[in-house]
Design a protein around this ligand. Structure first.
Ligand code: G3I
Length: 395
């Protein structure tokens, strides 16, 4: 039975890859996969290649290349900021849907899927909400009701237009936080206790039964090799397992993938092992915010190739590790980079002396990371890389 199923899936995969490798050559030129976009190459594996989008950059008439590349290279998009609470409801009760709706329209026009980011997070909350809680004019009971109302209103507004929602983001501490044992952190855990997580998924499911619902976090690319009590990935795994046991409608776990070349990071086998464990729970997985930054030393800033080249190489290798692991796991549905050009990146603003995190440089020239990812998409195939399994929202 198992063998039969393997043969059937393998045959479909080989047929798919075979068919795609014989795509019609254009006007006498042989088909060259290196000329294909990331999005087309990803779809050979049913893998959606995505980017976060800055609406300011997308609408900058002086910078048309940004828009062209979002449309041509990617099959899924995420609003970098425009679906966050402070953007959607800057004044209590008054929603500003404009920029987010614009992204949805852009995605539709370009036949792209949309990842919704984000329903519940402790950052980028509107001032009226945090102030109200801090000065006591919003009580705990009211806060819970406000959250329920926010999730319901937002998910209903975008109903049918969002493929995957990041329902809860970054709810878990890092091992180096205080207290040092892993715990539920941030505004929501502090004011509502950890049960807000199960509630959020249930409210989101009720508002759009067809969207896939994700928990999303950073530093969960692989399991650590040390004490499980200090292992954030293990904590998230246990949380997801427990939510499933309570029949909470969680469909997937998103691994952000914000890496830095100054750290050791992981190899493909470690990342693949983590994805496999989450898949073992029946969950979908996705890389949701991948970028690999480097320290910008004085030599780097002065253009010293002895310092620049190893950074480009290390960044590319880390992108490739995550992509290969995702490709090899049939539950890994999408691979989204957190911005694609160094021209528009959160990294320098956030870290000051770090940058070079994206797959195109500031002049939209593809970097080594872009080419390595393309190579991964081109040269991988059965038996280790098979098309994604269809994922349906959990009942
Ligand atoms: O909109 C204001 C603008 O009016 C003002 O002129 C400008 C001046 O600084 O600030 C603008 O807001 C900034 C906003 O990005 C839009 O550019 C905020 O200061 C800035 O803090 C905000 O940063 C975002 C960050 O989340 C905030 O938490 C980054 O763009 C965004 O890339 C980043 O994304 C997060 C994910 O959502 C979750 N995972 C981590 C990831 C990286 O931090």
């Amino acid at each position: 039975m198992r063998i039969k199923r393997w043969i059937a899936t393998g045959a479909v995969a080989i047929a798919t890859v075979g068919a795609l490798n014989t795509l019609p050559a254009s006007a006498g030129h042989p088909y060259n996969p290196a000329d294909q976009s990331l999005r087309n190459l990803g779809l050979r594996h049913d893998l959606y290649m995505g980017t976060a989008v800055s609406m300011a950059a997308l609408n900058d008439a002086a910078d048309p290349r940004y828009r062209e590349l979002v449309a041509s290279e990617f099959s899924t998009v995420t609003a970098e900021n425009e679906m966050k609470w402070e953007s959607l409801e800057p004044t209590r009760g008054t929603y500003n849907w404009g920029p987010a709706d614009e992204l949805i329209a852009f995605a539709k026009q370009n036949n792209q899927r949309v990842r919704g980011h984000v329903l519940v997070w402790h950052n980028q909350l509107p001032g009226w909400l945090t102030t109200g809680v801090n000065d006591g004019s919003i009580t705990t009971e009211q806060l819970r009701e406000i959250l329920r109302n926010h999730i319901t209103t937002v998910v209903k507004h975008f109903k049918g237009k969002i493929w995957q929602w990041d329902v809860v983001n970054e709810a878990v501490s890092d091992p180096w936080d205080t207290p040092s044992t892993l715990h539920y952190k941030g505004f929501w855990a502090q004011h509502l206790g950890p049960d807000y997580i199960a509630d959020a998924f249930r409210w989101a499911r009720a508002a759009d039964p067809k969207a896939l619902l994700f928990y999303n976090d950073y530093n969960i690319e692989a399991f650590g090799s040390g004490d499980p009590a200090n292992d954030k990935t293990q904590f998230v795994y246990d949380m997801a397992k427990s939510l499933l046991a309570q029949r909470v409608p969680i469909d997937g776990v998103g691994s952000q993938g914000h890496l830095g070349t100054q750290y050791g990071n992981y190899d493909t086998l470690q990342v693949a092992a983590a994805l496999k464990k989450f898949a073992g729970l029946g969950l979908a997985t996705a890389f949701t915010e991948v970028d690999v930054r480097s320290q910008l030393t004085e030599a780097v800033q002065n253009g010293d190739s002895n310092e620049i080249n190893p950074r480009l190489q290390a960044s590319a290798a880390n992108y490739s590790v995550l992509l290969q692991a995702c490709l090899a796991d049939r539950h890994c549905l999408s691979f989204t980079v957190w911005g694609f050009t160094d021209k528009h990146s959160w990294v320098p603003n956030w870290f000051g002396n770090e940058g070079m995190a994206n797959i195109y440089d500031e002049n939209y020239q593809p970097k080594r990371a872009y080419n390595l990812m393309k190579g991964d998409l081109i040269y991988t195939g059965p038996p280790y890389v098979l098309p994604r399994i269809p994922q349906k929202p959990r009942k």
